[in-house]
Design a protein around this ligand. Sequence first.
Ligand SMILES: [Fe+2]
Length: 224
Amino acid sequence: MASRPVTPPPADTSAAYRRVSLAYQQALRYAEDVRRLYVQLQRGIYQSLLGLANALEAKDPYTRGHSERVSRWSCRIAAGLGMESSDIDVIGQAGLLHDIGKIGVPERVLCKTGPLDADEWAHMRRHPHVGADIVAPLEFFSAGAVVIRHHHERWDGSGYPDGLCAEAIPLGARVVAVADVWDALTSDRPYRPARQPLEAVRVLEAEAGRTLDREVVRTFLAGL
Ligand SMILES: [Fe+2]
């Protein structure tokens, strides 16, 4: 039996297909360029904020390196809790910037070595929401702003700025709170030397379920 000749597609259809295919590939390349630029822009803004945070720490030798350590501990806890890598990244960045609102605290209060009076405490207690306001324009960092705002809330509701308690406190803020307390305990302060690690562990255990999330403390201690 004679085979039927295969009819090639019309020339103009084939050319149209190639044009559409080329346009599609070009659109993909543009989309990738835009995505890359957006990531670079985010990184640039974030680095600027980090510069501000470092400038803040430079004023006070006792807190130097605090933010980076809080960030590292926070990431480790978040990973131990099984959080997604994108959430761990946000918590790490929020850990680095958690005290950025102290830019709004007068230097005489920030660097005071003695106990703060009521007025000075009022200044100090504003730093979480001032920090959240500073990063608020960064739409890509809205989850980080929430962590910054709530890093001084306490499990029993005695914290600030909103007096949230237990699971009403965003998980990222509960994570940063444990890292923050640990670093404060194990660092020298003008009014007291750093606690020994074993003593700091006992303090955390005592605070678990009282001011700090018990599960977050347990995860932190398991990773020590
Ligand atoms: Fe703070």
